[in-house]
Design a protein around this ligand. Structure first.
Ligand code: NAD
Length: 368
């Protein structure tokens, strides 16, 4: 048995969360069996489910569970039932934001992959995405305009004056840049820093810091692009990028743009990382209340979040690769949930898709 140990906090949350999580745990079991390791999976309540059962979106016992775990596999939180609560008690704000803060999750990884077979799901013209693409947005998550001080609105003359501050320190840039370079090493070995160095002081510090760190990663190509041009190139030719490294605001916008051009939210995982191996892994989409409970949600975003977790928190790239290959194979062979099915194409349930992915992982046809 491989020497892999650790506990995973399994927080399914609301809406489609429990359905896609159940499906994902089936794949987890298959990959454990086929790769000879066993993790401890412990479930906790979060989001609306936490509010209903314990009065809090992040109940104490859930937080303790996360603190005693190597990683958190997160579903999604929120839904109409809790929308009338005060903003600070809303599931996303009261569960995800504290988790990011408590665990110092400063790097957000959002791979946006379009499989060639799903080129029709992209809103881009077929000739632009015929071969598919695979872009990774690495977003700084705890600094910049969202947190910089001063941040205030004050009276001024007959009106008001509002200020947000985009501030970065060298060490904040360095740690997320390291994540981007390490990620690029396992991909096409190219990092593109997205900035606005022609007008922003903070962008100049980003360029200087990233250039200095690049010297430690001679195998990785580094280039630079202004954020306005990056937004344009993502819709003209997303395949030209490998890893896009972004400060917080630019990454927030571009990661959603990359997700949009990739076609379906149901396919895209994400990872939020801090120091060490701890990470929180979740689908890029939300709780999809419009389809919750119908058994038709796409489980692939959650399943690929599992793959990211095995790779980044448990050092299991082979197991992660087996899951990704099984997903790619299932897509290649025409298995589709409703969100990615072409008009008239047969669609499968959440369970059917996950069952087929698990079967391929177990039989080794998911292995590279
Ligand atoms: P959403 O991502 O939940 O849904 C947007 C659209 O994408 C819907 O049509 C939905 O059916 C579809 N979709 C999303 N994931 C899918 C999947 N796996 N399979 C098939 N289709 C999928 O966004 P929304 O509708 O704006 O938000 C719904 C709720 O989710 C809100 O309460 C919001 O606050 C919450 N939310 C939570 C998170 C999170 O937990 N991290 C993130 C975003 C939104």
């Amino acid at each position: 048995m491989a020497d892999v140990k650790g506990r995973v906090a399994v927080l399914s949350g609301d809406g489609i969360g429990p359905e896609v999580m159940e499906a994902t745990l089936q794949v987890a079991e298959a990959v454990e069996n086929s790769h000879g390791f066993k993790l401890e999976w412990k479930k906790g309540l979060v989001g609306g489910a936490g509010i209903d059962a314990k009065g809090k979106a992040l109940p104490e016992e859930t937080l303790e569970l996360c603190k005693s775990s190597t990683a958190v596999l997160f579903g999604s939180v929120g839904g109409p039932k809790w929308e009338s609560l005060p903003p600070n008690e809303q599931p996303e704000r009261a569960a995800l934001l504290p988790l990011r803060k408590i665990f110092g999750l400063y790097a957000n990884l959002r791979p946006a992959v379009l499989y060639p077979e799903l080129a029709g799901c992209s809103p881009l013209r077929p000739e632009r995405v015929a071969g598919g693409f695979d872009v990774l947005v690495v977003r700084e998550l705890t600094g910049g305009l969202y947190f910089g001080q001063p941040k205030e609105t004050v009276k001024k003359g007959a009106g008001e004056r509002a200020v947000d501050t985009m501030a970065y320190e060298t060490h904040e840039i360095e740690r997320v840049t390291e994540v981007a370079f390490r990620a690029a090493a396992g991909r096409k070995k190219k990092v593109t820093l997205v900035d606005k160095a022609n007008v922003l002081e903070s962008s100049l510090l980003w360029r200087k810091t990233v250039k200095a760190l690049a010297a430690r990663h001679p195998g990785i190509a580094l280039d630079f692009i202004y954020v306005d041009n990056a937004a344009m190139q993502l819709v003209r030719d997303p395949g030209r990028f490998d890893v896009l490294l972004c400060e917080n605001l630019f990454g927030d916008i571009l990661s959603d743009e990359a997700a949009a051009v990739a076609g379906s939210l149901g396919m895209l995982p994400s990872a939020s990382l801090g120091q060490g191996t701890f990470g929180l892994y979740e689908p890029a989409g939300g709780s999809a209340p419009d389809i919750a409970g119908k058994g038709i949600a796409n489980p692939i975003a959650q399943i690929l979040s599992l793959a990211l977790m095995l790779e980044m928190s448990f050092g299991q790239p082979t197991a992660a690769g087996a899951i990704r290959s099984a997903v790619a194979g299932v897509i290649r062979d025409g298995w589709r949930t409703a969100d990615i099915a072409a008009p008239g194409e047969k669609s499968r349930s959440t369970r059917e898709i996950a069952g087929e992915i698990a079967r391929r992982v177990a039989s080794g046809s998911g292995k590279r």
